[in-house]
Unconditional design. Structure first.
Length: 313
């Protein structure tokens, strides 16, 4: 069966700030990446995504002006049926510079949560349905920070779903530990957003278990930060050619082939990239093709070393 567009979420990581690590992004962006130009580029992608039926947008405090751009677009267009998820934990410190020494700084603390939730509320109000800890890893102080866990539980009690995203080779362990956290006998988290793609599928069993337990699963970095487009393995390119499409569509379709993947988050930098990504929603991969794609997986440690070497530009 073909996947449906309602399983796609649009991420604004590549559009909310001038620099990011996605390969193949530069040529898709405006020649001048000032705030006005990036805002217009964001609106163009949001307009096309909405027209195609996408109704979930994923942003973060560290994605530069992504929340601001999204809030402006919602105000101008008047759309009331768009689901919004955002993230806290990283702060954007790049000052809208391509050559910044540091673009974002991570802190998982009760103070950072309170500060950034207030900032998100000021821009998006009650439109946020899911608020996520950004890039939870097994060494995060969150796991033993009782005031922070109590604050997250309070947000959940007030009707906002609370989740977390993960990164790194130990994603599976972070997922299992996070879903075991409780406050007053109730789980702190009800959603997870993790990296899963044909190059790095190691979190798959943990995500399948999370889904089976009734938690919501979103998949990020579906194109491995552009690697699965710019330098796609031969197997991906061959399957794409057989279907008359691009490697990005095949890669996103591979995510959607997992029943546990509620939403696949895509991060196009232009309407053209969006259109190419969305071809995944009409692409059916055979069992044989899914098995072939499983064969391109890299060692998780090597995958994450490679990712950490990608330049912000």
């Amino acid at each position: 069966m073909s996947a449906r567009v309602d399983r796609i979420a649009l991420g604004l990581a590549a559009l909310g700030r001038p620099a990011y690590i996605n390969l193949g992004r530069g040529g898709a962006l405006p020649p001048v990446r000032d705030v006005a130009s990036m805002r217009a580029a964001t609106f163009a992608v949001l307009d096309d995504a909405y027209a195609a039926g996408v109704r979930h947008v994923d942003v973060a405090r560290s994605y530069g002006r992504s929340e601001e751009f999204l809030a402006g677009w919602l105000a101008e267009r008047g759309h009331l049926d768009v689901e919004i998820s955002s993230k806290w934990g990283y702060a954007y410190v790049g000052e809208w510079r391509l050559d910044a020494d540091v673009h974002e700084v991570k802190e998982h603390s009760a103070v950072r949560f309170a500060t950034q939730w207030a900032e998100t509320l000021a821009l998006l109000g009650d439109r946020v349905g899911l608020y996520q800890v950004h890039s939870l890893t097994v060494d995060s102080p969150l796991f033993t920070d009782e005031p922070l866990l109590e604050a997250l539980a309070e947000l959940s009690a007030n009707g906002v779903a609370v989740g977390f995203s993960t990164s790194g080779p130990a994603q599976a362990e972070a997922i299992e530990r996070a879903f075991a956290l409780e406050v007053a006998g109730r789980p702190v988290f009800s959603a997870v957003q993790s990296t899963w793609n044909v190059l790095e599928p190691s979190a798959g069993p943990a995500l399948a278990a999370a889904h089976a337990a009734g938690n919501r699963v979103l998949v990020k970095e579906t194109l491995a930060n552009g690697r699965l487009v710019v330098e796609a393995p031969a197997a991906v390119r061959e399957i794409a050619a057989a279907h008359g499409t691009g490697p990005d569509a095949v890669s996103v379709a591979a995510v959607l082939a997992n029943d546990w993947a509620g939403r696949a988050v895509i991060g196009p930098a232009s309407p053209a990239q969006l259109a190419a990504n969305l071809r995944a929603t009409t692409l059916s991969l055979s069992t044989t093709e899914v098995a072939v794609l499983a064969g391109v997986a890299e060692d998780p440690e090597e995958y994450w070393r490679h990712r950490s070497s990608l330049r912000w530009d």
